[in-house]
Every structure is written in C-alpha cells, then in structure tokens.
Design a protein around this ligand. Structure first.
Ligand code: ASP
Length: 352
C-alpha cells in the first residue's frame, strides 16, 4: 500500500515537472519566444455553458469600430493595376459604410459584421459567396463562421455549395440549432428549412467570373466590430483556396482558428493558408496572448503573423479590434485588402 502511495506521488511529481517544462513563456515581439521551466499558476476555470449567456455587457462607452478584410495574398509586390486597385478599394469603402451606418445607429456588432459579410459575399470581386474560387473539380464549396463576443456563442457552415449567403447560415446555426458547425448537405438542408435563399452553382461561377478569376487576385472576406455597448463580434466567409480538394475545409469556419470573438479582449478574422491557421489556432491564440500574457493587441497580432506563422512559411494576415477599440491588421504577404472606420470619423482602406 505504502509503495503504491509512493509510486503515485512520484508519478504525480514527474507529470507536474513535465507540464511545467512544456510551458512557453511569451515575450514581447522584439524578444524571442523561448521555452522556460518557470512554473506558471494555472488560472483555468471551466465555465458553465449556461453562464456563457450571462457575460455582462461592457460599459457603454459610445464609440464603435469596424475593421474588414478582403483576403491576403499577391504573387508580386504592387503588381495590381491602378484601376483594379480602385475597384477593390471602392467596394471596401462601400462595405465599411454599410457596417458603419448600423454601428452609428447603435446596432449590435454582431448584426454589423453579418451585414458587411453579406455585402462582400454578394460582390464578385471577393472569394466568398458569388465569385468564390473553384475546387480542383471546378465547383464552389464555401465556408463561413460568425461569433458573438458578448455571449461566447458561435455558428459555422463548411463545404456548402448552394447557400447564397453562407454567413447567414452560420448565424442561423448559432441561433436556431443546438450545434455550432454544420457541413455539406446537412448545412444546406438546414439553411433551406430556415428559409435562406438557395441558388445553383451557376450563381457563384459565371463564365465571366471564371475569366476574372484567372486575371484577378481574390480574397476571403472578414469583419470584426466593436459596438457602442462595448460588444465585440467577428465573421469570416470564403470559397477556400484555389484548386482545393473536394471536401477540404479551411480555418474560416473553425472557431479559434480563423474566427474568434471575446468581449474580454478582442475579435479576430483571419485570411491566408488555412492549414497553418488551424495548426496554430491563430484567432484564439491572439485572444489568449492578451488574456493570459497581458500582451496588447498589436504585439500579439504581430507576433502571430510576422513571427509564428512566418517562421513556418504560413502566409496570410488577420484583422482584429480589441475591447478598447484598438485595431491591428498585420499580414506577411505582399498584399491584404483591408480597411477600417471608427466613430471618431477616421477611415482608411489599403491593399499594400
Ligand atoms: N483562409 C482561407 C482558407 O484557407 C483562404 C483565404 O483566406 O484566402 O480556406
């Protein structure tokens, strides 16, 4: 008996030492991330799922922020013709204005990000909804997700082929089902039963789009917002990556990988090579670095995109807004279509 007790004590000590060794100490962006054996107090509390609905609204502060992206990429630096750049920037501005109008009226961040993404899904310039890139078999398969930073609830759809606005389906999964992620025909049947518009593949892939697709860079779309009540929300929608296999799902609909929002710190939407974003759980990692390591939004976002992903060869970027309205839009590619607008009147769009 004594021996057994001694053995389990030793085993316990060995496990503790191992977990401490694995712990990574995150330093600021100009310092390397290194392994440490320093013990870190675990502060994990497992939330009661019901309690998630009761996270209180943050103090009404009256200011709002909206940040959007239209995808990251670009094979050559600044290679896009001026007129094409203007076309993109004018659509980014329209998307920003669509969301800004709602936030100005005091509407929730969640409604604003959904509406902005619907606008961008309907715009053939972007790789989401109409204008999505094609799989290796020449079909369109789309992913989308939405997350409410106030309640911690989220919804997503993946590999859907006929839902006109996948982000609307994602929101319905969140609000009208007991699930978080629906895929393929299960998601499509659900969307249809919920009354969403169902369209044929020809809606997404017009012959004109096929041609455009060849000569224009397209990108996933994302939006994050802070509303006047201090609530955060994020949404992302995509056709995925060009020539992907049938059934491939990227980071966009994976909560914590491509999309994440938490009123306690930030809302994030990612774009780039999804496999890298999933492996590195980038969107949640940003929130976690802020929460557990006290990093600020910019430091955490730069570290993840410009160091962690880059070291692995993972290309892409992200947009994020924190609970105080700070913005980060880092990318390690040649370009990322992006823009923001704030209640103080500041607004900007950029590609390079
Ligand atoms: N992240 C998306 C995916 O991997 C693609 C993109 O953002 O361009 O599906």
């Amino acid at each position: 008996m004594r021996r057994l007790l001694l053995l389990s004590c030793l085993l316990g000590l060995a496990l503790l030492a191992q977990s401490q060794e694995k712990d990574l100490k995150v330093k600021h962006k100009d310092q390397p991330i290194e392994a440490t054996t320093e013990a870190v107090e675990p502060k994990l509390e497992v939330p009661d799922p019901g309690a998630l609905k009761e996270i209180p609204e943050q103090q009404v502060n009256g200011h709002w922020v909206l940040v959007i992206h239209g995808g990251a990429g670009g094979s050559a630096p600044r290679s896009m013709p001026e007129d094409v750049q203007n076309e993109y920037r004018s659509k980014l501005n329209e998307a920003l204005e669509t969301g800004a109008k709602m936030l100005r009226e005091g509407k929730p961040a969640l409604d604003a990000v959904e509406t902005v993404i619907v606008f961008m899904e309907d715009c053939p310039l972007f790789n989401a909804g109409k204008g999505s890139v094609l799989t290796i078999d020449g079909a369109v398969e789309m992913d989308a997700a939405i997350m409410d930073g106030k309640t911690g609830l989220a919804g997503a759809v993946a590999s859907v082929t006929n839902i006109k606005n996948p982000v609307k389906a994602a929101r319905l999964v969140m609000e009208q089902s007991k699930h978080l992620l629906l895929v393929g025909d299960g998601a499509e049947n659900f969307a249809k039963n919920q009354g969403l518009e169902i369209v044929g593949q020809e809606y997404f892939i017009t012959p004109e789009m096929k041609k455009r697709w060849e000569d224009k860079k397209k990108g996933t779309v994302g939006a994050v917002a802070l509303d006047v009540n201090g609530n955060l929300a994020a949404a992302t929608s995509t056709g995925g990556i060009m020539n992907k296999m049938h059934g491939r799902v990227g980071d966009t609909p994976i909560i914590g990988a491509g999309t994440y929002a938490n009123n306690a710190n930030c809302a994030v939407s990612c774009t780039g090579q999804g496999e890298f974003f999933i492996r590195n759980v980038i969107a949640f990692n940003l929130s976690a670095l802020m929460e557990y390591r006290n990093m600020n939004l910019e430091e955490a976002a730069n570290y993840l995109v410009m160091e962690k992903l880059k070291e692995q060869g993972g290309e892409g970027g992200l947009i994020a807004v924190d609970k105080n309205g700070n913005i980060a839009m880092p990318f390690n590619t040649n370009a990322m279509f992006r823009g923001f607008i704030r209640s103080d009147g500041a607004s900007e769009t950029a590609i390079y």
